[in-house]
Design a protein around this ligand. Structure first.
Ligand code: GLU
Length: 465
C-alpha cells in the first residue's frame, strides 16, 4: 500500500506548539513508509479563518522541516467539487433535502429534552419506500442531509484507542449542505480524504466523535475508510487543555525565544510517542523509529523545563559555525556588531556549552563586542590589588610572546601562579576585570583566545602601568 497522510489544520485562531504535533506524526509516518504527506487547509469557516494563522502553520512546518509532497490545498478552492458530490448524492438517493425550519428543529429538540431523549433529527424528510413526505413549504431553502444507515453500528480499529463501536442509532442524518448550499465540515473532510487517497488519518482525539459519521459517508460514496489514529490531547504544564489564554506559545514564539527547530521537533516527537527510553534523537532516527503502535494512549503534558533542557542539549551538540549563523540575528537584535570584534564563531563556540537558548548565547557574546573598558584609578585600585601587579606584568609579557592557543595560555597561567605563589582566582579575577570591567566571564584561557592576543595585551597593559 502506498501510504498517504495529511495534516488538516483549521487556520482559525491561535496555532500553538501542541497543534503542530498533529503535523509531525503524519509527516513522520509518511516519511517512514516512503509515502506522501499532504497539507490541507480547512478554511471553510470563512469568518474565523485568517491568513495570519495559515502563515504561522506554513512557517512553523517549514522551520521544523516538515516538507510536503502535496499542498497546501485550500478547501475553499474545492467548493465546486463538494457541490458536485452533493449533487451526485442527491441524484443517487444517498442524500435528501430537508425543509425543517430552524424553529421546528428547536421545538423538536425541546420536546426530546423534555422526554429525556437525546436530541436528534427525527427523519421527517427522509425518503423511504412507501413513505409520503410532507408538502414542500414555500420560501424555505432546504439543507441537504446524508441518509445515515439505520441499524447496525460503525466499527473501526483505532490505531491509538483500539476498537471503537458506535451504534448507528446514535447518529442522525447529518447535514452535509447548508440552506445556501455551502458544504459542512464533516462532509468536506470525507470528500477530501477520499479524493486525496488518504490511507491514514492521524489527528487529535477531539475528532473521535466525527469519525463514525465520516466513515458512513465514505462507505456510502464507495470508498474504503482509512486507518484512524486519534491522538490524545496535549495538556499544558498545569494539566489544562493548551490554549493561548493559559499561556501556550506558538512555534514562532519559540523561534523568537531562541529555540532550535531540532530541539522542538525532538520535544514534540516525545509528546505522545516513545521509542524505548530514547530522549534525544535526530530527525532521521525519529523517522526511522516512528510507528503508530508506540503512540501514547493518555494525554501528553507539556513540560517547558524539558524543552529547555533539550534545547540546551542541541545547542551543546551544534557545530559552532552553524550555531553562530542561527545566533547572529539575536545578537544583532541586541545591537551587537558581530562583524566588528572577535570571530563570532569562536565566541559562540565558547558560550554554547552553558547556554539554554540562542538568546543566552547572544547575551553572553555582548561582552566581547563592547569597547575596551575605560577604568578609572579607583576602579583599578579596588579590583586589581597592588600585590598582583608583578604577576600581571609577567603574564602580559609571556602572553605577548606566546602562540595564541588555549593550551599555551593555560601553561602561562600555571607558570606565573607558581612563580608568584598565588592561587588562580587571585590572578584570574583581576585579569577578567581588566579585560571587561566584570569578573563574570567564561573560562579565562578560552576568553583570552577569543578576545585575541593583541586586544588582551592592550587591555591588560593599561592597568599595570
Ligand atoms: N481541521 C481539523 C482541526 O484543525 C482537523 C480535521 C482532521 O484532521 O480531520 O482540528
Amino acid at each position: 500500500m502506498h501510504i498517504r497522510t495529511r495534516f488538516a489544520p483549521s487556520p482559525t485562531g491561535f496555532i500553538h506548539l501542541g497543534n503542530l504535533r498533529s503535523a509531525l506524526y503524519p509527516w513522520a509516518f509518511a516519511r517512514h513508509n516512503k509515502g506522501d504527506f499532504i497539507l490541507r487547509i480547512e478554511d471553510t469557516d470563512v469568518e474565523r479563518s485568517t491568513q495570519e494563522a495559515v502563515d504561522v502553520i506554513l512557517e512553523g512546518m517549514s522551520w521544523l522541516g516538515l516538507d510536503l509532497d502535496e499542498g497546501p490545498i485550500y478547501q475553499m478552492q474545492r467548493i465546486d467539487r463538494y457541490r458536485e458530490v452533493i449533487k451526485q448524492m442527491l441524484d443517487s438517493g444517498l442524500a435528501y433535502p430537508c425543509y425543517m425550519s430552524e424553529d421546528e428543529l428547536n421545538r423538536l429538540r425541546d420536546q426530546q429534552m423534555e422526554n429525556k431523549e437525546k436530541p436528534r433529527y427525527n427523519g421527517l424528510w427522509r425518503p423511504e419506500p412507501g413513505k409520503t413526505l410532507p408538502p414542500i413549504p414555500q420560501g424555505i431553502n432546504p439543507v441537504i442531509r446524508f441518509k445515515n444507515p439505520i441499524g447496525g453500528s460503525v466499527i473501526w480499529n483505532d490505531a491509538v484507542k483500539g476498537q471503537i463501536e458506535i451504534s448507528n442509532d446514535e447518529l442522525d442524518d447529518l447535514v452535509i449542505a447548508r440552506p445556501d448550499g455551502t458544504p459542512t465540515y464533516n462532509f468536506c473532510v470525507v470528500v477530501d480524504d477520499l479524493d486525496m487517497k488518504i490511507t491514514h488519518v492521524i489527528r487529535g482525539d477531539d475528532h473521535v466523535n466525527n469519525t463514525p459519521r465520516q466513515i458512513n459517508i465514505m462507505k456510502a460514496l464507495g470508498g474504503t475508510p482509512p486507518v484512524y489514529a486519534h491522538l490524545p490531547t496535549v495538556l499544558n504544564d498545569a494539566g489544562e487543555k493548551m490554549s493561548k489564554r493559559n499561556g501556550a506559545m506558538s512555534v514562532r514564539d519559540y523561534q523568537k525565544a531562541g529555540y532550535l527547530p531540532e530541539a522542538i521537533l525532538n520535544y514534540l516527537a516525545r509528546l505522545g510517542w516513545s521509542h524505548g527510553d530514547a530522549e534525544v534523537f535526530t530527525k532521521e532516527q525519529f523517522v526511522d523509529w516512528f510507528d503508530l503502535e508506540s503512540l501514547g494512549r493518555s494525554p501528553a503534558q507539556h513540560n517547558p523545563e524539558k524543552l529547555l533542557w533539550l534545547n540546551h542539549q542541541y545547542i551543546q551538540k551544534s557545530d559552532p559555525a552553524q550555531l553562530a549563523l542561527a545566533t547572529k540575528p539575536f545578537a544583532h537584535e541586541l545591537g551587537i556588531d558581530t562583524e566588528n570584534g572577535p570571530d563570532f564563531v569562536q565566541v559562540v563556540g565558547l558560550l554554547k556549552d552553558r547556554a539554554n537558548t540562542l538568546i543566552e548565547i547572544a547575551e553572553g557574546s555582548k561582552l566581547f563586542y563592547l569597547p575596551a573598558p575605560n577604568l578609572n584609578a579607583d576602579q583599578i585600585k579596588e579590583n586589581i590589588p597592588e600585590v598582583v601587579i608583578p604577576a600581571l606584568k609577567d603574564l602580559v609579557e609571556a602572553i605577548s610572546l606566546s602562540e595564541p592557543s588555549k593550551a599555551a595560555y593555560a601553561a602561562i597561567f600555571k607558570e606565573v601562579l607558581a612563580k608568584h605563589q598565588i592561587k588562580m582566582p587571585a590572578l584570574a579575577m583581576p585579569v577578567r576585570y581588566a579585560l571587561f570591567a566584570t569578573t563574570q566571564t567564561p573560562a579565562i584561557d578560552s576568553v583570552l583566545v577569543v578576545l585575541g592576543k593583541e586586544e588582551v595585551v592592550s587591555r591588560l597593559s593599561k592597568v599595570i602601568q
